[in-house]
Design a protein around this ligand. Structure first.
Ligand code: EPU
Length: 417
């Protein structure tokens, strides 16, 4: 298993590029199953979760050609409607094929994802939504089976709580359903809006994506399309925090500042300077940070996917900050590892109380999930001495060549094979 060895203490300086959003690329790939014509997606990040989704599409019978950052999916002939446990267990987002398969084939059999390092993460809302659209859902042998032999029909559905992939799954099911579907309390994340943009190019009729009410008029078939995935706001946010935590001056290029407003606000309150320089670029510099509380929320609130990285930043800020996680029930694994590096953090249910600044020292630590690993990388960049992070396959799931990108702006980071 690969590890990262990081020698801390170097302020990062220069330009660091943002890739395409993993969490936009995943539903976009699943959406390709809805059409008999080829769909070309550009700016697909080369990360492990994407490779898993491509493998899943191939196992369903789709042809997937990868050329550079573009992926062409030809799902003319689908030979299976089953997402097997072997793939789903490595990536929960595999459940994104449920809606498209039920809509296109009238049948889907998808393994139930098991436990997860950050919380229970059930998919009950995807399932009750599909039931509203006319699917009959059964659970057997660890699999969910959705059947809609006569096709899906439009429905009015209100999500009990906001779910990002749940909204995406139902949107994909509804575009081929007969009649109108209204999704209330829908997720407003930019990734949902990006998926709607792709589906619209394919001929779907969708209104209100990006708001909490999405209206979809079902159509008989979808065509092929070309689409470029939006910038990864979580990767860009991680780099902004990297610039701030190391007291350097970093320009994050190719990002969408509008998608990062909640983080930018917190960084500015903490004393960092964040400025828009040119189109799609943000420059960050910092010194003498102060503690600022944060509570994770659905978009446009502060993203749970940046909570771990922000906590690493707060270990270097003067004062006491409260970090409250409201989306997932167990997303503080990184706190325990940060403490091993010298951070002063107390956990109290869904709150972490961080007292700073702490002098972090390099240590052997273990990555427990994708964003937790990013937080450990950030802490290691300011720790004195060497930090060795084990199980970096977690970071490879969602960050493309993070060690190369960070090394180019001065980080002393090596991958140990
Ligand atoms: N939930 C339910 N029932 C459901 C669905 C969700 O109770 O049927 C709960 C979840 O357990 C959680 C909350 O609702 O407590 C929100 O979960 P959501 O469904 O929004 O999460 P997700 O769609 O599974 C996506 C991202 C995550 C990100 C969350 C929250 C993708 C592929 N994944 O997950 O990204 O943390 O939204 O923004 O889009 C990551 O990239 O590291 C990552 C975990």
């Amino acid at each position: 298993m690969d590890k990262f060895a990081i020698q801390g203490g170097v302020p990062l300086r220069g330009e660091i590029p943002t890739g395409g959003a993993k969490n936009s690329a995943l539903p976009a790939l699943a959406a390709c199953l809805l059409s008999e014509e080829p769909v070309t997606l550009r700016r697909i990040p080369n990360v492990r979760d994407i490779a898993t989704m491509e493998k899943l599409l191939r196992s369903l019978g789709a042809k997937v050609d990868i050329r550079g950052g573009a992926v062409r999916v030809d799902a003319r002939k689908l030979t299976s409607s089953e997402a097997p446990y072997e793939l789903v267990k490595t990536m929960r987002a595999s459940s994104l094929v449920l809606g498209p398969l039920a809509a296109r084939m009238g049948r889907a059999r998808v393994s139930l994802p098991g436990g997860c390092a950050i919380g229970a993460r059930p998919i009950n809302l995807h399932l009750s939504g599909l039931e509203q659209l006319g699917a009959v859902i059964r659970q057997e042998h660890g699999y969910i089976e959705a059947e809609a032999p006569g096709g899906l029909h439009g429905a009015y559905y209100t999500f009990d709580r906001i779910t990002v992939t749940g909204t995406e799954d139902l949107m994909m099911a509804a575009v081929l359903a007969q009649g109108e579907t209204v999704l209330e309390n829908a997720a407003r994340e930019p990734e949902v809006t990006d998926l709607a943009a792709l589906l619209t190019k394919m001929g779907a009729k969708i209104e209100g994506a990006g708001t909490s009410t999405i209206r979809i008029q079902g159509v008989g078939r979808l065509s092929g399309a070309e689409h470029t995935i939006i910038a990864d706001r979580i990767e860009a946010g991680t780099f902004l925090i990297a610039g701030a935590i190391t007291g350097g001056e970093l320009t994050v290029t190719g990002c969408v500042p509008e998608h990062l407003m909640a983080l930018i606000l917190k960084l500015r309150q903490a004393g960092a300077e964040v400025t828009e320089v040119g189109t799609n670029c943000l420059r960050v510099s910092a010194g003498g940070l102060k503690a600022v509380d944060v509570t994770t929320e659905e978009y446009p609130g502060f993203a749970t996917d940046l909570q771990a990285q922000y906590m690493a930043l707060m270990t270097q800020a003067e004062g006491i900050s409260l970090v409250t996680e409201t989306i997932f029930e167990n997303r503080f694994m990184h706190a325990l590892e940060l403490m091993r590096m010298g951070a002063n953090i107390r956990l109290d249910g869904r709150r972490a109380i961080v007292a700073g600044p702490s002098r972090l020292t390099g240590a052997a630590v273990i990555a427990s999930d994708l964003r937790a690993s990013a937080s450990l990388v950030l802490a290691a960049l300011v720790a004195s001495g060497e930090t060795v992070i084990d199980r970096v396959y977690h970071i490879d799931r969602g960050y493309e060549k993070i060690e190369d990108k960070l090394a180019r702006v001065g980080a002393q980071i090596r991958r140990l094979k």
